[in-house]
Design a protein. Structure first.
Length: 399
């Protein structure tokens, strides 16, 4: 087997596919959305309603001090709610806040304006009321009061500490999100692989290249090229997600780098690469066995459904993440990457199970490449015909 020829086929396949309009749209649309999702809350965080009216019906609160909050606000006190409403109607203020007489008995403040305040602005109003309750207290006192019940979680075995909020969410959601992203990208690879092989079979490209290439070199190059294409897409998507999360992380006032389950992600990455190659080989095999491109597309859709089917097993995993069914699904090569990532979000998966899943994936990949290469060579001699089960068996058993 000539590695140089495999890389040549892989580069040719990669170069042709990476220039397609559909690939460019699918690759860059998602990162733009991820970055926008992280930036929009910050861009919309500041409210244009900077002139506010203040109606204190308790007669016990001080007028808020705008220098002690994050927004540039100006407050105007009014003796009655009607006076504040009149000021809003004439444009003297942009909105006004009423502190009801029963505030200390549990009544809620009422905000009057043309639109409801966004989350950032609502948090600022709460901060203003806290300052008004104790105007002489130091700033650290108000900051601590605003975060009186923010929890930290510490793993007794590893000593790892997680903070409540976005860091805790990222820790548990990231592996599952990577698993779902892997399933989504599988569909792209499978839907490309089968039709590409089927098209070359119909165009008799096989016969032209088999004179200088072995079947395993051609198939391996095609699979490697499309896998590199998908990894390029994944890298761009990952960069977009990292930028979006980083913007949101900074916007939330966080510093440093968030803690992520790097060990789980490393295992998931290793399983995902072999899983991609396995599904690519199976997709190529279905493209060879298909009678035409239309049937190749149908078979690719069926294989893609198998690839994403572990996503629907989340309920089973949550109910018994360490049960025999969950372990069996982890060891099953077609389901291993997604199931392993999802299990690692809810339980500690034993290392032997991950090594076993990785080994079974590698053996399945070698077997799939061997079978596809044999089918490829047999199909090249039967132009316009499908391989029958007997012919497939002869192709596998031929020396």
């Amino acid at each position: 087997m000539n590695v140089a020829k495999i890389w040549l086929i892989a580069w040719s396949t990669y170069r042709n596919q990476v220039r397609s309009t559909l690939f460019l749209i699918m690759t860059f649309a998602l990162p733009v959305l991820a970055i926008a999702a992280g930036a929009i809350p910050i861009l919309m965080g500041r409210s244009p309603e900077a002139r506010l009216g203040w109606v204190d019906q308790t007669q016990q609160l001080a007028l808020p001090d705008p220098e002690r909050v994050d927004l540039d606000l100006t407050w105007q006190a009014y003796p009655t709610e009607d006076a504040a409403a009149q000021a809003l109607a004439t444009g003297e203020v942009d909105a006004y806040l009423v502190i009801p007489a029963g505030y200390f008995q549990g009544a809620s403040p009422i905000y009057y304006g043309e639109r409801a305040p966004n989350q950032f602005f609502a948090d600022t109003l709460r901060q203003e009321i806290r300052v008004a309750l104790a105007p002489d207290a130091p700033d650290w006192w108000h900051d601590r009061l605003a975060q009186a019940a923010v929890w930290e979680y510490q793993d007794l075995e590893t000593g790892r500490t997680l903070h409540q909020g976005i860091e805790l969410l990222l820790w548990y959601v990231t592996p599952a999100a990577v698993g779902i992203l892997y399933a989504f990208m599988l569909m792209t690879t499978i839907n490309h692989m089968g039709p590409v092989i089927s098209r070359e079979k119909e165009d008799r490209a096989m016969e032209m290249v088999l004179t200088s290439l072995r079947p395993v070199e051609l198939v391996g190059g095609k699979i490697l090229g499309l896998t590199l294409l998908t990894l390029t897409q994944a890298a761009i998507w990952g960069l977009g997600a990292a930028i979006g999360i980083g913007i949101f992380w900074i916007g939330e006032g966080q510093t440093g780098i968030p803690s992520l389950p790097w060990g789980s992600l490393a295992w998931g990455g290793a399983l995902a690469v072999l899983g991609y190659l396995l599904y690519g080989a199976l997709g190529a095999g279905l493209g060879i066995l298909a009678g035409d491109r239309e049937q190749a597309n149908q078979l690719a859709g069926l294989l893609a459904f198998v690839g994403i089917s572990p996503v629907w097993m989340v309920g089973l995993l949550f109910s018994r993440p360490d049960g025999p069914i969950a372990i069996a699904l982890t060891l099953f090569p077609l389901f291993a990457p997604i199931i392993a990532l999802m299990r690692m979000t809810i339980t500690d998966v034993p290392t032997w199970q991950l090594w076993a899943a990785l080994g079974l994936l590698g053996l399945s990949l070698l077997l799939a490449l061997f079978m596809v290469a044999r089918f490829f060579r047999a199909a090249a001699l039967l132009y316009g015909q499908r391989l029958t089960p007997r012919q497939m068996w002869r192709a596998l058993s031929a020396s």
